[in-house]
Design a protein around this ligand. Sequence first.
Ligand code: MN
Ligand code: MN
Length: 325
Amino acid sequence: MFEKYEKAGKIASKVREEAAKKATAGMKVEDLVDFVETSILETGAGLSFPCNVSINQIAAHYTAPPNDDTLLCEGDIVKIDLGAEVDGYVSDTAITVIIEGTNKEPVDEDGKPLKMPGRLDDGNPVVSEEELEERHKIQEASAAALENAISIIKDGVTLEEIGTIVQDTIEERGYKPIANLTGHSLEQNNLHAGLSVPNIRGKNPHKLQEGDHIAVEPFATNGVGLVGDMAQHYIYSYLRPRPLRQPDAKQLLGRIKKEYPYFPFSKRRFLDQYEPHKLNKAMQPLIRARAIYPYNPLKEKADGMVAQTEHTIIVEKDGCHITTL
Ligand code: MN
Ligand code: MN
């Protein structure tokens, strides 16, 4: 079991670092997602969840839908969140990058600004020097909060001690942790196994024990420190079998149940069988019947910029072991 967690962690950390280097201005989000997911699958591991690429005020739960033409732009603050699973033993890790490169505003062949319908933030504003500097500081606040949390994690540490050090680290730097996003415990075939690891202080005397597997993921923002659901959905989880009339929907649910009984998935995984339009049509009844659960992208409530840093950690007697280092 330990070896499998370790292997899942190593795969994810290698792909995370490669993806962070690849993410440059002008790159399609779809190509970045494809790179991450293909790289993980090529090792023989599965995906713990679809690769999330969440831009600017989007904190989490965006992945490229079929034919997404969203582009990464210079100055974007981008969360790349990914994970591998080996026999159900998962890793979950995220890094935030500030996009460098030369494209100010993507244009078509005629020089007209490209419309980016898949982009969920407010388009592609030109980022000033000061804004760019602040985005780097938000990114650093999130990374420092994770580092400080890791420094206190060992057998017996309470969840409130972790929440407190995360909040203090981010607030010392003038930003806010996102209160309604948390880390979580991990178990075989279970990405969110019951325990929440808070990013804010508050009464939570639960003590972590040697051998616990957790994902710690501080989010920092210059907004109000809360996220809300957007209307769209690009990531789904299987819930339960349901009687369905439409043959396409029935067949799709059968495939989902077989291939993704435990872990979230995106539409991209079924493009070998369905045209994007047909896939959307087949999926609607599954959502309505609550056979699958749609995750809405999460947006900072004051449109603040958001950074996230995440590692998967095993609690040890006198410290902890990071599987995704
Ligand atoms: Mn994650
Ligand atoms: Mn996580």
